[in-house]
Ligand binder design. Structure first.
Ligand SMILES: *[C@@H]1O[C@H](CO)[C@@H](O)[C@H](O)[C@H]1NC(C)=O
Ligand SMILES: *[C@@H]1O[C@H](CO)[C@@H](O)[C@H](O)[C@H]1NC(C)=O
Ligand SMILES: *[C@@H]1O[C@H](CO)[C@@H](O)[C@H](O)[C@H]1NC(C)=O
Ligand SMILES: *[C@@H]1O[C@H](CO)[C@@H](O)[C@H](O)[C@H]1NC(C)=O
Ligand SMILES: *[C@@H]1O[C@H](CO)[C@@H](O)[C@H](O)[C@H]1NC(C)=O
Ligand SMILES: *[C@@H]1O[C@H](CO)[C@@H](O)[C@H](O)[C@H]1NC(C)=O
Ligand SMILES: *[C@@H]1O[C@H](CO)[C@@H](O)[C@H](O)[C@H]1NC(C)=O
Ligand SMILES: *[C@@H]1O[C@H](CO)[C@@H](O)[C@H](O)[C@H]1NC(C)=O
Ligand SMILES: *[C@@H]1O[C@H](CO)[C@@H](O)[C@H](O)[C@H]1NC(C)=O
Length: 630
């Protein structure tokens, strides 16, 4: 029986392994590796033969059944040179291709016509040149085509009119010449041909688009039939010619003028109507809270493209693909406003969601800022939220983190009742263990000198194993805080700290202690004029210990001992005298021991609760912990 069971399991296991090996589109993988090998790119791409293509490769999206790659997005990764032929064109399932904001030159390979399932093609802001393939009919599924900001030349092929699904066509800022073809595409909603070398007249089928779709060319509307615009006639002969104008010509001009006026009014009305309509749709679609990053649409710095891209810095291991433009374009929901800036949840084009922190005021120079970011960004620990990327410029400082779906510990504890599940003791214990490990790891970095500086429940999240995970570290020493001081004095801040830029590891321990008390009591340390630490000490002093615990916890049996041990730990961490507080590495052991102790010795009657450093001072420190705000 046992033997058969083993055999059976082995077969299943072997089968699963096979599935795993053959369960990914290795032809697509090979095509992408060939592409990678034959192009140069300045940003690190984690494309490794031995990692699964569909789940871990940057910028790659497979279909649900992992049969093929359906989207490839590599914006702003610094690709140089031309696209090697017979590489990307082998991705036969490809629907979305975005290579925008790179430095790609050369022509669009003719074998791209094999990408017959393509629906979106974003090649804007590169250095593509040469003509478009004459026969574009192969892309009959194409919906969005953006080729703007390149050096394409030659004429705009008439075969574009075969792309009957097309809604968006942006060919602006290229060197296209010749006449505009008559593209009778009813589905087309956006068109931009501006800043090319086009001439001739705008065909009737395209007159519905605003004049800014054609600006920067030498084109005329068909309706404004060629001759008698007086200003185009040389000044000397104008008087002479004006005299010669016959009455019929005059009538012609009047009628022509009226026609022009009529067309202009009609165009204006259509534009107004459609913009109104699209605004309506936008505001319907977007949640009320959603706002663009910038209330005033800011332009990107107008330096060369390479520099613009170089300054968003990604850390290794990030499989995100976006650039600054994505971030600025993403619709963003404000998650919170904190001491160092505003935090947004940003939904990127490729359905990734990230958290973007926009720093208010960096108080150190670029060099020092970048050094700090390097330290923070290179921390890889399961209990520290990874910094994925940052952006630094004179007037904008952004930090990009993963988005945690469940929200922060603060929302889990204090959010609206109807939106949250009660946090059971098991979960709270794991949160405390994880956060302690994370913070201890932070304290071991930068030669054992790194300080978190802003430990609070809104900076604690759950990692995939549901252990606590610490976010937002290392900012205190480099960012000027913005919240008025009175609010900062209470809450998590250690009494000896008067300037948040002077936070220490021992003040981190204090804040962590407050966090533990918050987990135990379910009370927020920031609200209602009460000082959580003072309150806990006073209750304990009066020997009403059980009163401090969150009522939500009291319904779970047999946890009181663990809670009391945790309480003692929280109080040891919030010792008024910094030197009496335990080090984070000791805190980790203590918090891990809480469960070990009780499972080892339970149900023995003589459980000896460990007495953490400083606990014997409970009574006296209790009275002195409260700091009166200055
Ligand atoms: C690209 O690189 C691969 C190695 O991965 C090589 O076998 C292939 O010949 C190269 N293809 C082109 C088009 O240069
Ligand atoms: C293109 O997509 C369709 C379904 O949308 C699929 O049936 C077909 O196999 C795809 N073509 C290729 C070449 O993958
Ligand atoms: C363009 O390509 C399509 C399919 O790729 C083909 O059916 C068609 O005949 C071609 N047209 C011309 C004019 O070459
Ligand atoms: C095409 O790309 C350019 C340059 O990035 C951008 O300004 C433009 O808005 C894009 N067009 C559309 C329709 O999204
Ligand atoms: C397009 O540009 C290339 C150089 O990039 C040039 O050789 C070619 O003649 C140009 N074609 C047209 C139609 O201007
Ligand atoms: C695409 O358009 C061209 C020019 O309009 C035409 O000659 C050709 O037959 C069309 N091809 C297909 C596949 O419809
Ligand atoms: C448009 O420009 C082309 C060259 O780009 C030229 O051959 C043609 O004569 C011009 N047409 C008009 C109407 O100016
Ligand atoms: C077309 O692009 C140009 C330059 O990028 C811009 O000024 C113009 O407003 C755009 N037109 C439309 C209709 O978006
Ligand atoms: C624009 O086109 C007209 C003829 O259509 C031509 O006379 C004029 O010189 C052109 N202007 C420029 C700036 O190319």
């Amino acid at each position: 029986m046992g033997k058969f069971g083993f055999l059976f399991r082995s077969v299943i296991f072997f089968g699963l392994c096979l599935l795993h090996v053959y369960g990914e589109p290795w032809e697509d993988k090979q095509a992408l590796l060939d592409f990678l090998q034959n192009t140069s790119h300045s940003r690190y791409l984690n494309w490794d033969q031995n990692t699964p293509l569909c789940t871990s490769w940057t910028g790659v999206t497979c279909d649900d059944r992992q049969i093929g790659v359906i989207a490839l997005r590599l914006p702003g990764v610094g690709i140089r040179g031309s696209i090697p032929p017979n590489t990307l064109s082998r991705l036969s399932f490809l629907q979305t291709l975005s290579l925008r904001n790179n430095g790609i030159s050369g022509v669009v390979p003719s074998d791209f016509s094999r990408l017959s399932n393509l629906t979106s093609l974003y090649l804007q802001s590169n250095r593509f040149s040469g003509p478009l393939p004459l026969n574009l009919s192969a892309w009959h599924n194409l919906v969005v085509l953006n080729l703007s900001n390149n050096n394409f030349n030659g004429s705009i092929p008439l075969s574009l009119s075969n792309l009957t699904q097309l809604t968006t066509l942006d060919l602006s800022s290229n060197s296209f010449s010749g006449q505009i073809p008559d593209l009778g595409i009813p589905s087309l909603r956006f068109l931009n041909f501006s800043n090319n070398h086009l001439n001739g007249s705008i065909p009737n089928s395209l007159l519905r688009f605003p004049s800014s779709s054609f600006s920067g060319n030498n084109v005329t509307s068909k309706e404004v039939a060629i001759p008698p615009i007086p200003s185009s006639v040389p000044p000397d002969s104008s008087v002479h010619k004006a005299k010669k104008i016959s009455e019929t010509a005059l009538l012609g001009i009047i009628i022509g003028g009226a026609a022009v006026l009529f067309v202009m009014i009609a165009v204006c009305m259509i534009v107004l109507w459609s913009s109104k309509k699209s605004k309506q749709q936008d505001s319907d679609a977007e949640a009320q809270k959603t706002e663009k990053f910038y209330s005033k649409k800011k332009r990107l710095p107008t330096e060369s493209r390479e520099e613009k891209n170089a300054r968003i810095t990604f850390f290794e291991g990030s499989n995100m693909a976006f650039d600054l433009e994505d971030l600025l374009r993403a619709s963003a929901e404000v998650l919170g406003k904190g001491m160092f800036g505003t935090t947004y949840k940003a939904a990127l084009e490729d359905s990734n969601t990230v958290v973007v922190k926009r720093l208010k005021e960096v108080s150190v120079g670029k060099r020092e800022y970048e050094q700090q970011m390097e330290i923070v960004g290179n921390i890889k620990h399961e209990n520290v939220a990874a910094l994925r990327a940052y952006y630094y410029s004179k007037d904008e400082n952004l930090m990009v983190y993963d988005y945690f779906r469940q929200g922060s510990l603060s929302t889990m504890l204090h959010g609206k009742k109807e939106n949250r599940l009660p946090l059971d003791w098991e979960t709270r214990l794991k949160i405390a263990i994880g956060a302690a490990r994370g913070l201890a790891h932070i304290h071991s970095q930068n030669g054992g000198k790194l300080v978190h500086g802003n430990i609070k429940s809104s900076n604690i999240f759950l990692n995939p194993q549901n252990y606590g995970c610490v976010s937002d570290l290392g900012l205190a020493t480099i960012v000027t805080p913005t919240v008025p001081p009175i609010q900062r004095i209470i809450g998590y801040r250690a009494p000896e700290i008067t300037d948040s830029r002077k936070a220490t590891q021992l003040s981190d321990v204090y804040s962590f202690g407050v966090l533990i008390l918050e987990l135990l009591t379910g009370k927020t340390p920031l609200g209602e004029g009460t000082h959580l630490v003072k309150w806990v000490y006073s209750v304990v002093r009066e020997e009403w210990t059980a009163e401090v615990f969150d009522v939500e916890l009291l319904k779970f049996p047999n946890i009181e001992e663990e809670m009391v041990t945790m309480l003692q730990l929280g109080m040891a961490c919030t010792e008024r005298v910094p030197e009496k507080r335990p080090k984070m590495s000791d805190v980790v052991k203590m918090v891990e021991d809480i469960r070990r102790e009780s499972t080892d010795t339970h149900p023995s009657s003589e459980v000896s609760t460990p007495t953490p450093t400083g606990l014997s001072h409970t009574g006296e420190t209790g009275s002195s912990t409260y700091v009166t705000p200055q």
